[in-house]
Write a protein that binds this ligand. Structure first.
Ligand SMILES: Cc1ncc(COP(=O)(O)O)c(C=O)c1O
Length: 401
């Protein structure tokens, strides 16, 4: 059968994630890969999760292996609500299968074909994938070292977008963080123009320097008199603070949004894995995350610092990079005349990898940028990988001169 001619029209807009394809290329153990967004596996709390899994199977096995509600395990939703740090009801929390599902379901319930959406440029490629089949009109908001430039956003909101999508903390891919004044300004604008916003926050708790900032969810709830009357659809995850293999994320939003997401989720997977939710709850219920996250931050802070120092040492003049206060990524900008895809070819030959930046951009720019992950490699490998990249960058710059 010629399957290619049988697929639905909307699938023509789908394609595989470049990041995931590069990850396959770089899976050999001798490649120093800065390409993935992987947490450090040596700090996965394997023993703690095993102990939790034993307790779950021994004490609540039948319940944990049964179908459960679409909204998710009440105790886990309560734990998530409590960790947000302000008054949140579990009725406003929906468990999802990774935060990626929260993004995908949000796109399903909010976007009609061709709708306008305001999006940071560059932006998270997984959200771009979730949006792709709706053939949307992207309205890119420019960004700088303090995240999205909110002064530039106001005229864009006047075009009445269906949604604004923002990763406010240690953004993937740029590593930048939306400053407090800009957060406040943004929340004012959402109210003024009555526009909903998706706050995607997988990295907020991985802060290595600077002061923690309030979420847009909280600022907007304060301004609007609570989540029920607010504008923000907040998406969170255990992937970066516990382990990604559990595939546990959540959405926090006003009840009409949660209700519609529940309807959408029921056609996708009925509910998120009961067993995984039970194990995560058992793992986290006695304050484990409050011990574990600071330990992760210590490890990632060191790796970030090693990478920044190595870039300082090995990268040529004319190449710049972001200096994130947290998260897993930073972004390198080369002179306009260099192309990150060409550099990647060379880099893979020298057994080092990164993700070229063009795919993160919605306006065709970014060919001279690339994303680098600093959480997954040991410090000596980071140093060596950046040394190799630096040598290639020196060569590339010298060839053009
Ligand atoms: C900005 C952003 N949002 C969402 C996700 C999805 O994470 P998960 O589905 O594992 O929760 C990621 C993963 O890297 C991400 O970087």
């Amino acid at each position: 059968m010629d399957w290619k001619n049988r697929f639905a029209q909307r699938t023509t807009l789908m394609k595989r994630s470049t990041v995931r394809e590069i990850l396959k290329l770089t899976a050999q153990p001798d490649v120093i890969s800065f390409a993935g967004g992987l947490p450090a596996p040596e700090f996965f709390p394997v023993a703690r999760v095993q102990q939790a899994a034993d307790v779950v199977i021994n004490e609540r096995g039948v319940e944990a292996l049964q179908y459960s509600t679409t909204e998710g395990m009440p105790e886990l939703r309560q734990l998530i609500a409590d960790r947000l740090g302000f008054e949140v009801s579990i009725d406003n929390v929906l468990m999802t299968t990774g935060s990626q599902q929260g993004l995908d379901l949000t796109a399903r319930i909010m976007m009609d074909e061709g709708d306008p959406i305001v999006i940071e440029n560059p932006s998270y490629v997984g959200m771009l994938m979730a949006l792709r089949s709706y053939d949307l009109e992207y309205i890119p908001v420019p960004t700088d070292g303090d995240g999205a430039i909110i002064d530039a956003l106001e005229p864009l909101l006047q075009r009445n977008p269906k949604l604004v999508y923002i990763v406010p903390n240690f953004q993937n891919p740029s590593g930048t963080t939306l400053s407090l004044p800009r957060r406040k300004q943004l929340v004012e604008l959402l109210a003024k123009y009555d526009i909903p916003l998706v706050e995607d926050n997988p990295y907020g708790e991985l802060r290595y320097s600077g002061e923690p900032l309030p979420t847009l969810l909280e600022l907007d709830a304060q301004r609007s008199g609570g989540i029920e009357s607010g504008h923000v659809i907040y998406v969170g995850t255990f992937s970066k603070i516990l382990t990604p293999g559990l595939r546990l994320g959540w959405v926090v939003a006003a009840s009409p949004v949660i209700d519609k997401l529940v309807q959408a989720k029921q056609s996708v997977d009925l509910h998120t894995s009961t067993l995984d939710q039970f194990i995560a709850y058992e793992t986290a219920k006695d304050g484990f995350l409050e011990e574990h996250i600071p330990q992760l931050c210590d490890v990632y802070r060191e790796r970030r610092d090693v990478m920044l120092a190595a870039m300082e040492r090995y990268f040529p003049e004319g190449v710049t990079w972001s200096k994130p206060d947290g998260g897993l990524f930073l972004m390198v900008t080369m002179p306009e005349y260099l192309d990150a895809l060409e550099l990647l070819d060379e880099a893979v030959r020298h057994k080092v990898a990164f993700v070229p930046g063009a795919d993160f951009h919605v306006d065709g720019s970014g060919a001279n940028t690339f994303r680098v992950n600093f959480s997954n490699a040991q410090p000596d490998r980071i140093e060596e990988g950046i040394r190799r990249l630096g040598a290639l960058l020196h060569e590339a710059v010298a060839q053009v001169r």
